[in-house]
Design a binder for this molecule. Structure first.
Ligand SMILES: [Zn+2]
Length: 251
């Protein structure tokens, strides 16, 4: 089989770029999920503070109603004082009144403590609310940037996909099939350049006889170790590849 190295290398290059873009795109949904989770968490802090406030207000209403009940009972005791017949009854009633008033005092103290607590809760609500607004604004921006990047990447992938579709029919079917077979088996790289007498991908030395064949023919030669299609990387290719790598890093 005569190998059209230039085209297979192009195909390999396109497949690698497409795979990189696909990996990037796959990473976007979890990142968006993560951002949504953070927004939700900051909203929960506001909700929790508000709930605390509701709880405290409810407790105060209960205290108020309890105080009202006790005061009404105390009123009854006081009216009864005028109707009792014995000293003993009178003393019992006085004792009841005294106890009730003490209870009212305690409940009113709790009521005031709860009111003071609500001042703190109010501050907590305000702080959490501000923080949530800031978090939401900055995370929403982050999300928008991600969506932009996603659209750009999808477009890039689409263009590369088209280029690949255009390239495939120009390579013979047996070469494409061989390429795809090795591509799948080798996790996305079917070709390996020989660099300084070594297979650049598995780093095993290429025998001089194989090297000579590679330099003189366009025959299919597979790396004896990793099974990838070997090709000779010219000095020119080398410089271009390095420039491309530098460009990719600068991106
Ligand atoms: Zn190899």
């Amino acid at each position: 089989m005569e190998i059209d190295f230039e085209k297979l290398i192009q195909l390999q290059q396109l497949d690698m770029e497409i795979r990189e873009l696909t990996l990037f795109l796959d990473g976007i949904p979890p990142q968006i999920e993560d951002i949504d989770k953070k927004i939700e968490e900051s909203a929960l802090l506001v909700a929790a503070a508000k709930e605390k406030m509701t709880g405290s207000q409810k407790k105060r209403r209960e205290l108020e109603s309890e105080v009202k009940d006790i005061k009404s009972q105390t009123g009854k005791y006081k009216r009864q004082l005028n109707e009792v017949k014995t000293n003993k009854e009178y003393t019992v009633l006085l004792k009841e009144i005294e106890e009730s008033e003490k209870r009212v005092d305690r409940l009113e103290e709790t009521f005031i403590a709860e009111m003071l607590l609500e001042d703190d809760i109010q501050k907590e609500i305000k702080t959490a609310g501000q923080k949530h607004a800031e978090t939401q604004a900055s995370l929403t921006k982050e999300k928008e940037a991600l969506s932009r990047k996603k659209r750009e990447t999808e477009e890039k992938a689409r263009v590369l996909g088209q280029r690949r579709e255009g390239l495939l029919p120009t390579i013979t079917a047996d070469q494409v099939n061989l390429y795809l077979k090795i591509f799948r088996k080798k996790g996305g790289t079917a070709l390996s350049p020989v660099k300084d007498d070594f297979c650049a991908l598995c780093h095993v030395r290429v025998r001089p006889q194989v090297l000579n064949e590679l330099l003189s023919t366009r025959k299919l030669i597979l790396c004896e170790n990793c099974g990838r299609i070997l090709y000779w990387r010219e000095q020119k290719d080398e410089a271009e590849a390095e420039a491309k790598e530098a460009e990719a890093k600068a991106d």
